[in-house]
Design a protein around this ligand. Structure first.
Ligand SMILES: [Zn+2]
Length: 274
């Protein structure tokens, strides 16, 4: 569930508490959270490292280490990273704890156990195949148009495809398509130049707005200090149950499954494929 705005919020809020700090020990409460390397190597290579920076690529959080390795974290559907005082009692959903110097702990909380961590030398082994970052200056309407060229998948599925564009998931794809007045089942290649420009602008506005509200605390997303993000209070269509009314025209919001995910849209404001 955490998408780009949620991970960006974590990236923005963690550094004062962890950058420059040394990892004094590691507790794994569920070994499955470590995807690479082995659990034994994870302990031995991580302990003693100092955290040098916190970065984000797509929905991945990337912690730089003094060894020049990186600890990459993906929160998947239900993960959060929580700052806690030393020796805080972990709740039953905590899967890993990084114990830091200066009496701080970083708890990886993940009720659904889908989240993952990788400790690697080259971050591109994990994030190298991601598509462009939608908020970077080099993601232009022309780049979006090029990537849509000849694509026969529904635009909703493309926006959620991390190799097509990084960081967007179900919530913000629905919001961006509503803002751009584009039906989620329109084929990528069918968008006009005007629609591509509207979509490009809508993606950026939607993501920037959500970052401003510190992400959306639907389900189990928390900010590192335990606070909630409030971006979901701005949602126009995402996560509505069918029957809610379009805030623009009053038509009931519809839900259709696309690639096994519920897509919410206004059938009047977002014209269907012709
Ligand atoms: Zn409408």
């Amino acid at each position: 569930m955490p998408e780009l705005p949620e991970v960006e919020t974590i990236k923005n809020e963690l550094p004062p508490y962890i950058v420059g700090h040394r990892i004094t020990s590691v507790t794994l409460l569920w070994d499955g959270v470590v995807r690479q390397p082995s659990v034994e190597e994870f302990y031995s290579r991580l302990i003693g490292q100092r955290i040098t920076e916190v970065a984000r690529r797509g929905k991945y959080l990337i912690l730089g280490l003094t060894s020049n390795e990186v600890l990459i974290i993906h929160l998947k559907m239900s993960g959060s990273l929580l700052l806690k005082p030393a020796s805080a009692e972990p709740d039953k959903y905590i899967r890993a704890i990084l114990h830091l110097d200066k009496e701080t702990e970083l708890h990886f909380r993940d009720p659904r156990k889908l989240g993952a961590m990788w400790l690697v030398e080259d971050k591109n082994a994990i994030v190298g195949k991601l598509g462009p970052e939608p908020l970077e200056a080099d993601f232009t309407p022309e780049v979006l148009a090029q990537r849509l060229n000849n694509r026969t998948a529904p635009i909703k599925a493309l926006l959620c495809d991390q190799a097509f564009i990084a960081g967007i998931g179900n919530m913000y794809a629905d919001e961006a398509l509503f803002a751009a007045r584009i039906h989620p089942l329109r084929l990528g290649k069918s968008l006009s130049q005007d629609e591509v420009e509207r979509l490009h602008s809508a993606i950026r506005k939607t993501l920037w707005s959500a970052i401003g509200y510190k992400g959306a605390s639907v389900d189990t997303y928390f900010r590192p200090g335990g606070e909630l993000g409030i971006a979901h209070f701005q949602f126009q269509v995402a996560h509505y149950l069918s029957g809610k009314l379009c805030p623009v025209c009053g038509t009931p919001i519809q839900r259709i499954p696309i690639r096994n995910r519920g897509s919410y849209f206004c059938p009047k404001c977002q014209r269907g494929p012709s």
